[in-house]
Design a protein. Sequence first.
Length: 209
Amino acid sequence: MTPVPQSPYARALGDRVAELHPRLRAYFQAVPDGHVGIGDGVFRRVGTPRRWLWPLLRVLERRGVVPACWEHDVPFRVENRTIAARAIAEREFDLPGGTWTMHDSVVLSRHGRVVDELGEPGVVAACFDVDVHRGGLRLTSRAVGLRIGRMRLRLPAIVRPTVRLWERFDEGIDRQRVSLTIDAPLIGRVYEYAGDFAYRIERQREATG
């Protein structure tokens, strides 16, 4: 495989990347040019049971940010690529109503944090602190913003949700586990997904047939 620059995650962690489980190191390093990282798994739960949030979430759903649902045992597939120093991911959720795709693009900020822009085109951006915990990667949001047309709006603390992501490798099942939660002030948990998957890197032509 042709060597590639470090991923935003590896650059944010610096020497601490060595503390990650070896399988996670492979996941969070840059994907070599001409290759794609593929994960196949199942989300044990995804969405929110707060149905009154669904009309708002449907706006985001149409832009490839999050699906408006509350489902269990949802098969999914993730495809990771590194393009121009960005970590690009597409996640396909096999929902009861059909396949839905989440888009995100991660870069390193000038402050050494990672910024994840979600949607196609990007409509939500979150800036994260990056940490290693028991061999897993933890992200905790410090800021969340919205893009409305040409305007970028940073949400004030009084309404800003906190996004937490934990990825770890489970030796017992030989799979990677992922858990994301979004909590809003005064309301509490407004969104989540959690599941596990197997990951591999393939040449682009092999992955796409």
